[in-house]
Write a protein that binds this ligand. Structure first.
Ligand SMILES: NC(=O)c1ccc[n+]([C@@H]2O[C@H](COP(=O)([O-])OP(=O)(O)OC[C@H]3O[C@@H](n4cnc5c(N)ncnc54)[C@H](O)[C@@H]3O)[C@@H](O)[C@H]2O)c1
Ligand SMILES: NCCCC=O
Length: 513
């Protein structure tokens, strides 16, 4: 068994160590909080949490959940960093972000390996997540120097101008499905705007945010600019309720999002909420079928189906239903399930045992409600003996689904595709929009007018035309309805991490009463 104890200045050692690692060998012993530019044990704790390697079911770390005192220390430390960082020019901030992006690129394989060990997604996918992470840092580095206000001419030679200013210490709270990417997508725009950030990863995936923290420090960020506190709900609450926290950006479930908003409302803090979904994917008879099938696979089985924007309600026009089902089953049979660190694996384990049970429970209830399990949906034990306690299942295709079934209404967050049929555009639009969620949607058609007409009418934050689950950092990402508000990525996110000051300048005399 390999015991890894990596210190901040040992990044190159870390790289070679991780590159040499295989499934079933990693144990993390060093402190998991990051404050003031170094790893630290929390000053106090409110319990412990275990982090697993989903591929083997082994515990890789036991983390101390940060208590109120540790959260306060992290906030004070970040406030100090904010003082100097907020005074820097956009170009100066950009240099740090660009250097951090360069280091992420250089350490891509090591970061992806670590992510795979802690999260279970295939290393093939984890590398793509690392790419969208450094790209995000580069993107906001590019915007940092061009952030500017306006000059407004007023009567009598007086004038006004606006300054785009940072908010202060921002909190980022992450979900477990994209641990490194979420930390980057929140911190890059926050830091580019001149804020400091305290990030709390999910207790299931505490590891990769620390790699990012170390990279920021090495890239020249002042100590405390990006701190990491570990813990679960209680630690998250301490962060949201702290009076010196200026903003909370949250990624996670709808019920937790509601709590975050409530806590933030008490402190009049702006929030960004990136929440769950139950997105529709609409496949018209005039699509290119091969692309539509591939799109449905990407929309459902990426990251073992644990993706917020997955298109899990697959509406297929009746005339091509049989053909589509035949093709999608054939493609699903080919998915290689197993050790996520192997190059040709495309489906690893789910995040943990309770979640696996929950997903299997949805399939059971779908059967009870009349759906047909056409393919998969069963626990899976890989042949490799070291994987026998991992949290695997076969990808599942449900047919004969109806709009009122639980599997069609609720977010399953696992590899379960529900196929529904439809007759015409008007009908499918009404059904697609009949949900509390509004994160994403997809439409496959070769009719250009129809594609844009449908996209305009879908009540969602992102609509993919003839593709699915593509996340270029230049495009804003976020939800409508209960899938949240605020955006990540794109130019618009600058507005969510900054505030506007108006300055009035009098050029004449003050008129008296
Ligand atoms: N829209 C998006 O961009 C996006 C991206 C990824 C995941 N998600 C959603 O996230 C969910 C899965 O993630 P999850 O299971 O980690 O979600 P979750 O809501 O259980 O937890 C998310 C985070 O919130 C913390 N937390 C839990 N209770 C809290 C509280 N009372 N106060 C403060 N913090 C608290 C958790 O420790 C974790 O860090 C799914 O619904 C998925 O769709 C959304
Ligand atoms: N790749 C971005 C999607 C994150 C949602 O879970």
């Amino acid at each position: 068994m390999f015991l890894c104890a990596v210190r901040p200045r040992q990044a190159s050692l870390f790289r070679s160590v991780v590159a040499a690692m295989s499934t079933g060998t990693f144990v993390l012993l060093q402190p998991l909080n990051y404050r003031g530019g170094v790893r630290v044990e929390p000053a106090d704790s409110c319990g412990t949490e275990k982090a697993f390697e989903p591929a083997t079911g082994r515990v890789i770390a036991t983390l101390q959940c940060s208590g109120e005192k540790e959260v306060d220390l992290a906030v004070k430390n970040s406030m100090l960093a904010f003082k100097s960082w907020s005074q820097k020019s956009g170009m100066e901030r950009a240099q740090v972000l660009l250097e951090a992006a360069r280091m992420i690129k250089e350490q891509k394989d090591a970061i992806a390996t670590m992510e795979t060990i802690n999260n279970g997604k295939s290393v093939f996918e984890a590398r793509q997540d690392v790419d969208t992470s450094w790209q995000c840092l580069e993107y906001y580095a590019g915007l940092a120097a061009s952030m500017a206000g306006e000059h407004i001419q007023l009567p009598g030679g007086s004038f006004g101008y606006t300054r785009r200013e940072p908010l202060g210490v921002c909190v980022g709270i992450g979900a477990w499905n994209y641990p490194f990417q979420i930390a980057c997508w929140k911190s890059a725009p926050a830091l580019a705007c001149g804020n400091a950030m305290i990030f709390k990863p999910s207790p299931f995936t505490p590891v990769s945010a620390l790699l990012l923290a170390e990279i920021y420090t090495k890239a020249g960020a002042p100590p405390g600019l990006f701190n990491v506190v570990q813990g679960g709900a209680a630690t998250g609450q301490f962060l949201c309720q702290h009076p010196d926290v200026a903003k909370v950006s949250f990624t996670g479930s709808v019920p937790t999002g509601a709590k975050i908003m409530e806590m933030s409302a008490k402190g009049i803090k702006p929030v960004t909420l990136e929440l769950g979904g139950k997105s529709p994917l609409i496949i018209f008879e005039d699509c290119t079928l091969e692309n539509a099938v591939k799109g449905a696979m990407v929309a459902n089985f990426l990251s073992q189906g644990q993706v917020c924007c997955n298109g899990t309600r697959v509406f297929v026009q009746k005339t091509i239903l049989d053909k589509f089902i035949k093709e999608v089953v054939e493609q699903t049979e080919k998915i290689k399930i197993g050790d996520p660190l192997l190059e040709d694996t495309r489906m690893g384990p789910l995040i943990n045992e309770p979640h696996l049970e929950r997903v299997l429970g949805f399939i059971k209830s779908a059967k009870k409600q009349g759906a047909t399990v056409l393919y998969g949906g069963k626990p899976y034990v890989p042949t490799d003996p070291k994987l026998k306690h991992g949290f695997y299942m076969t990808p599942c295709i449900l047919t004969d689904c109806t709009d009122d079934m639980t599997c069609v209404r609720e977010e399953i967050f696992g590899p379960v595709m529900s196929i529904l049929s439809f007759e015409n555009e008007e009908e499918v639009l009404e059904r697609a929009n009949d949900t509390i969620y509004g994160l994403a949607a997809g439409v496959f058609t070769r009719n250009i007018q129809r594609a844009h007409r449908v996209a305009a009418q879908l009540q969602v934050g992102t609509c993919y035309i003839n593709n699915y689950n593509v996340s270029p950092v230049e495009l804003p990402f976020g939800g409508y309805k209960k899938s949240g508000f605020g955006r990540e990525n794109g130019r618009v996110t600058i507005e969510y991490y900054s505030q506007l000051k108006t300055v009035y300048v009098e050029m004449g005399d003050v008129e008296s009463f």
